[in-house]
Design a protein around this ligand. Structure first.
Ligand SMILES: [Zn+2]
Length: 325
C-alpha cells in the first residue's frame, strides 16, 4: 500500500528555510520525508530520510523519484496528483522480481571465487591480512581480495588455485580462523554458509581394536560431519597411534573436547580430541575468535562435569602438536 500525505510543518532548517515544503510518502508503513536543501523560492531537490526497512525495499528508486523538483508549496493539487502518480509507480519496485537463471554459470570451483570470513572478536588490520594471505596462498596467477560487509571475496584466476586453497583448509590469518567456502551459483554472498569449517582432528586414547572405520564414523558424529579418514599405505587406520579424521566442525558452537569410552569391567577411559591448526581458541568457553583472557561467553558448563573419573575443562591438549610430523 502506497499513499501520499502532507506532513505538518518541520522546524526551521539550518539553511534558514521554514518547514513549509515537505513531501511525505508512506511506503508500506515507512515514511519518506523530503527536506528542502535549498531555500528561497523554489525547492530544487529533496534530501530523503526514511527508515531502514523502507530503504531496503525500495532502494535508490525513492531517491530518483523524489529528486524531481517536487514543489509542494501551497498544496497545489496538480503537484499533489503528479506526486501520487509518481509514487504509485514505486509499487512496482516492491513486487518480488523473477529473474532468469544463467544455465551456463560455472560450478562453484570454476567460478573462481571463494567467500570467507575471519572469525575474530576484534577486527584485524586489513592491509596486514591481505599481505599475509597473499604470502601464505602464493597464487600462481593473481588473486583479488575484496570486502563486502563482513565477508571477504577471493577472486582467483585458475581453478587449480581455488582447489588447492580449499583442500588445505583450515587457514588461520594472524592467529584468527578464516572460514572459507566456495560460492554456490544459487546463493547470495551472505547466504553462503560459513558455519562449518573442515579440521583435521586426532583421536587419542583408543586401543588398536577400537580404531575402525565404523568407530571413526561414530566418534566423528560427536564432532561434526566426517569428510575423510586417514589411512596409511597399508590401508591401516591409526598406525600413528591415533585416528586422524577430517571433520566439518560447527565453528559457531563450542568445540567438542573428547568423550568417555566405556571399557570392559564397567570402567571408563578418556578419549581426547586434538584439532590441528587451532589458533585463537578460548579455554574458557571452547569457541574460536578470542582467548580466555577476553572471554565474554558463559563458561563451558561441561568443565565441571566429571567424565571418565576426571574433571575435564578445556586445556591445551585440544591443540594437536605438529612436532615430528
Ligand atoms: Zn571464551
Amino acid at each position: 500500500m502506497i499513499k501520499w500525505f502532507m506532513l505538518p510543518k518541520l522546524p526551521a532548517t539550518p539553511l534558514g528555510g521554514g518547514g513549509e515544503v515537505v513531501v511525505g510518502v508512506c511506503v508500506e508503513g515507512g515514511v519518506v520525508v523530503g527536506v528542502p536543501d535549498s531555500v528561497g523560492g523554489e525547492v530544487m531537490k529533496c534530501k530523503v530520510a526514511f527508515d531502514n526497512e523502507v530503504l531496503k525495499k525500495v532502494g535508490m528508486q525513492v531517491h530518483s523519484l523524489l529528486n524531481l523538483n517536487p514543489i509542494m508549496q501551497g498544496h497545489n493539487l496538480h503537484d499533489i496528483n503528479e506526486l501520487i502518480d509518481k509514487t504509485n509507480r514505486l509499487k512496482c519496485s516492491l513486487e518480488p522480481l523473477i529473474l532468469e537463471s544463467d544455465p551456463d554459470i560455472p560450478d562453484p570451483i570454476h567460478n573462481l571465487i571463494l567467500v570467507g570470513k575471519i572469525i575474530n572478536d576484534k577486527p584485524l588490520n586489513k592491509a596486514g591480512v591481505k599481505k599475509t594471505i597473499l604470502k601464505a596462498w602464493n597464487p600462481s596467477s593473481g588473486l583479488k581480495i575484496s570486502e563486502i560487509e563482513d565477508r571477504i571475496l577471493f577472486t582467483f584466476k585458475t581453478s587449480q588455485d581455488v582447489q588447492r586453497i580449499l583442500d588445505r583448509r583450515p587457514w588461520s590469518i594472524k592467529g584468527a580462523h578464516l572460514a572459507l567456502q566456495s560460492w554456490p551459483p544459487d546463493k547470495t554472498i551472505h547466504e553462503v554458509s560459513l558455519q562449518y569449517s573442515p579440521f583435521w582432528v586426532r583421536i587419542y586414547g583408543l586401543p588398536p581394536n577400537k580404531m575402525t572405520k565404523k568407530n571413526a564414523e561414530i566418534i566423528s558424529s560427536r564432532i561434526g560431519n566426517l569428510l575423510e579418514i586417514e589411512e596409511d599405505s597399508q590401508g591401516r587406520i591409526g598406525g600413528r597411534g591415533f585416528m586422524r579424521l577430517k571433520v566439518d566442525v560447527n565453528i559457531e558452537s563450542n568445540f567438542p573436547k573428547g568423550l568417555a569410552l566405556k571399557r570392559e569391567g564397567d570402567t571408563e577411559s578418556w578419549v581426547q580430541f586434538r584439532y590441528e591448526k587451532l589458533h585463537d581458541f578460548c579455554f574458557g568457553c571452547g569457541f574460536l575468535g578470542h582467548i580466555k583472557k577476553w572471554c565474554h561467553r558463559p563458561k563451558d558448563p561441561s568443565a565441571s562435569w566429571e567424565m571418565a573419573g576426571e574433571i575435564r575443562p578445556y586445556n591445551p591438549m585440544i591443540r594437536a602438536s605438529y612436532e615430528g610430523i
